[in-house]
Design a protein around this ligand. Structure first.
Ligand SMILES: Cc1ncc(COP(=O)(O)O)c(C=O)c1O
Length: 368
């Protein structure tokens, strides 16, 4: 008979630091620009919004548990076999399902030092051990990842591009990583920001998934498609991984309005093109103006910038954050990512971008 006086979670659960999302309000400030969660300033496609609204009359019906219409729409858009897709309540759910499906106690999952936080949380919550490897210039280092592989390694999580650094590795490097991994290690390519990347040497990983037994690619509707509130993501993988995930996911893990909006979003490439064009212009504009203020921003291919601050009192990231917040500009603090001297700035609309540069200029005591 147990001597516990109340139910206790299994060992390790209470050691997990819960994810803290980006702030969304500034005390006492009526008009706030939320630039802390990499959301799109263009909002969702009108077609997706209409499809979502049309579902209001069907809220009493369960959704299609296999999200067939959405898998077919994604399949049409990317030329993929819908049978090899799994949809999830955000790609977060898929990243977690992978951990729960492939990690047992003591098994290791590798991620890079400034890699997306969910990898660590998913690994710990599945009872696995996160193995953190160093980066080079805030960029994943394939040799460092390969060096960290052990007999216990089951997963390698790679965000490409990475959040919060905005850096990426070319497809040749991804292929070199894959070639160096033992066959039993599953490589998880998290391409949440793939649509934003404008580099000839980048690929999200579709070809590698199609030709391998140990690679999956995760994508999201939260970023360029502007459907973060609906929680919608998808995974493309080998048939055996898709089969395993379908056994452990909730039977109705994706809700019906999300499925409907996701289908419409897939069928509105013009909206995505507008978002790409907006991001291209303003990412460059912000990078240029921030450099002009004497701040260093890590070169980014995504919809956000990692801005570094000096450690000099009066100019630190923490003080910059307080100053910007007092002007209604909310950026992301990065202590949990081991980047206490940096803030992450999501590319906003024209007004927000101008206000950020003006406020940073005032903060640094320079003329705008
Ligand atoms: C690299 C990366 N992967 C996955 C996600 C999760 O996206 P979602 O769960 O909204 O699909 C995010 C969101 O911030 C991210 O930055």
């Amino acid at each position: 008979m147990s001597v516990l006086r109340r139910p206790e979670p299994r060992p390790g659960v209470l050691a997990i630091q819960a994810y803290v999302p980006g702030k969304s309000s500034a005390p006492g400030i009526a008009r706030v620009f939320k630039l802390s969660s990499n959301e799109t300033p263009l909002g969702a496609s009108q077609k997706a919004i209409d499809a979502y609204k049309a579902m209001a009359a069907h809220l009493h019906d369960y959704p299609d548990g296999s999200a067939s219409a959405l898998r077919e729409a994604i399949g049409r858009a990317y030329g993929l076999d819908p049978a090899r897709l799994v949809c999830g309540a955000g790609s977060d759910e898929l990243l977690n399902l992978l951990a729960h499906g492939y990690l047992g106690p003591g098994d290791e999952a590798i991620h890079t030092k400034h890699g997306f936080l969910v990898y660590r949380l998913a690994t710990l919550s599945a009872g696995g051990a996160p193995v953190v490897v160093p980066e080079t210039n805030y960029t994943a280092n394939v040799d460092a990842i390969l060096k960290a592989v052990s007999a216990r390694t089951k997963l390698v999580y790679l965000a490409n591009p990475n959040n919060p650094t905005g850096t990426y590795i070319p497809f040749d490097e991804v292929k070199r990583l894959h070639a160096g991994l033992p066959a039993h290690v599953l490589l998880v390519l998290d391409a949440a920001y793939a649509e934003y990347v404008r580099r000839n040497d980048y690929e999200a990983g579709i070809e590698l998934v199609a030709t391998s037994e140990n690679v999956v690619m995760c994508r999201t509707f939260s970023k360029i498609h502007g459907l973060a509130a609906l929680r919608l993501g998808w995974l493309y993988g080998p048939a055996h991984v898709v089969d395993a995930l379908n056994r452990i996911r909730g039977p109705f893990n994706v809700n019906a309005p999300a499925i409907a909006a996701g289908v419409a979003a897939m069928e509105d490439p013009a909206h995505v093109e507008r978002a790409v064009a907006h991001n291209d212009y303003w990412l460059n504009w912000l990078a240029e103006h921030i450099a002009g203020l004497g701040l260093v921003a890590t070169p980014s291919v995504a919809n956000f910038l990692l801005v570094h601050f000096p450690e000099t009192s009066g100019r630190t990231a923490k003080e910059a954050d307080a100053f910007l917040t007092s002007r209604g500009l909310i950026l992301r603090r990065l202590e949990p990512y081991h980047l206490p001297n940096a803030l992450r700035l999501t590319i906003g609309d024209e007004e927000a971008n101008h206000l950020v540069v003006k406020a940073l200029s005032e903060f640094l005591g320079k003329a705008a």
